[in-house]
Design a protein around this ligand. Sequence first.
Ligand SMILES: NC(=O)c1ccc[n+]([C@@H]2O[C@H](COP(=O)([O-])OP(=O)(O)OC[C@H]3O[C@@H](n4cnc5c(N)ncnc54)[C@H](O)[C@@H]3O)[C@@H](O)[C@H]2O)c1
Length: 448
Amino acid sequence: MTIAIEDRLADLKNKMATREARIGIVGMGYVGLPLALLFSGERFQVTGFDVASDKVKTLNAGGSYIVRILPSEIQQAQKAGFRATADYAEIEKMDAVIICVPTPLNEYHEPDLSYVTGTVESIAPHIHDGQLIVLESTTYPGTTEEIVAPRLEAGNPLGLKIARADEKTGVHLAFSPEREDPGNDTVARHDIPKVVGGCGTAASELAAALYGSIFRRVVPVSSPSVAEMTKLLENIYRCVNIALVNELKQLCMKMGIDIHEVIDAAKTKPFGFQAFYPGPGLGGHCIPIDPFYLSWKAKQFDFRTRFIELAGEVNIAMPYFVIEQLTAGLNEQCKSLKGSKVLVLGLAYKRDIDDLRESPSLTILELLRDKGAVVSYNDPYFPKVGHGRHYDLNMTNTPLDKLGEFDAVVIVTDHSSYDYKAIVEQSKLVIDSRNATKGIVSPKIVHC
Ligand SMILES: NC(=O)c1ccc[n+]([C@@H]2O[C@H](COP(=O)([O-])OP(=O)(O)OC[C@H]3O[C@@H](n4cnc5c(N)ncnc54)[C@H](O)[C@@H]3O)[C@@H](O)[C@H]2O)c1
């Protein structure tokens, strides 16, 4: 007996409302794992999928590999039915599948969608009629419809199609961007409105029902491309504005003006201004990468995204600017960078998080090494740093008990656990790229 599509939709929506719907989340990383816990906290049966067997093992043992997620939270979720697996055959049992895998750039600065295509090709053989699939990975407009949809259709043995406008059967496909801000506890995750765009009306409705069960507000848009572009607009906005203040900081330094005092004054304006802060360069999985997804796609339309390119140029130059300031500071003390002992304070790409991806500290460490400095680092979140996609450091954390032995300390990440007053007192020279020493008066500090 064929069930009418209206009934099937109502049935799945009802399962979401009653928490009987089974949710599969693919990619148990910084985005997927917290999302799994959020759904689990709302009494859904959640299965986390990941190709990394060590992550699956840790989660199933009730452990965590993300600092801000406590093992007790994983154990709590386990009691509610959460488990992790690397077995894609289990996709079949899911009512909704959310994909949260990485979307980096390749060595030519072009989108690397291999994680998305790999995931889609792996799940396609196991999808079923009426299932909801949502892509959350940040990507260029068109990915859901041009990359995900055809692979889901080609890869399933049942010949299932994506249910677009009028189809009565098929798989429901949507895009919904992740808007998490790691380390920012001022807004609860469920208070961040969730944008959703489905390939058809049914997909939009189902995605809205799914996310409506955990987010206070769902913002439906007319297509996956609009939802994809929304996420990029948000990140490009940040990237361009950070580049603007990074550039103005350099001018202000020449003019003897404190850019931070200027920003603090400007942000008293109750409309039309949002404060962005200068720093040693961009980091994280999003802001340094996502804008270039759009630049790449724009070329298909003979279009140059000049703001993105200019912002990229300014931001990429910032670690070099920090090195220049360090060199000048050492010079004042009749020292050369070559041979100087330099401690990089803070490796994470931003305050109070354990994420090193694309961090400007990595470029700074490599530049320092290339220039012959004797380099160490301190970061409470990283006992050691080995190698990653773009770095090969092989270093261990240096305690802060012998700061006087270093020729300079470079503040790259302003973790709140640091005692900046003590750091300045004990150091010979402090290069502060984060305004972390605000309010401390000392000739040893170089603000940059
Ligand atoms: N981290 C953030 O703050 C943030 C914020 C907003 C959006 N995003 C976006 O979310 C997406 C995921 O980012 P993230 O930070 O969670 O990445 P992550 O690297 O922390 O996690 C991704 C996980 O996916 C797993 N994975 C890779 N390929 C897989 C496959 N084929 N099948 C199953 N698992 C696979 C990896 O093992 C890893 O555990 C990216 O597109 C990113 O741009 C991230």
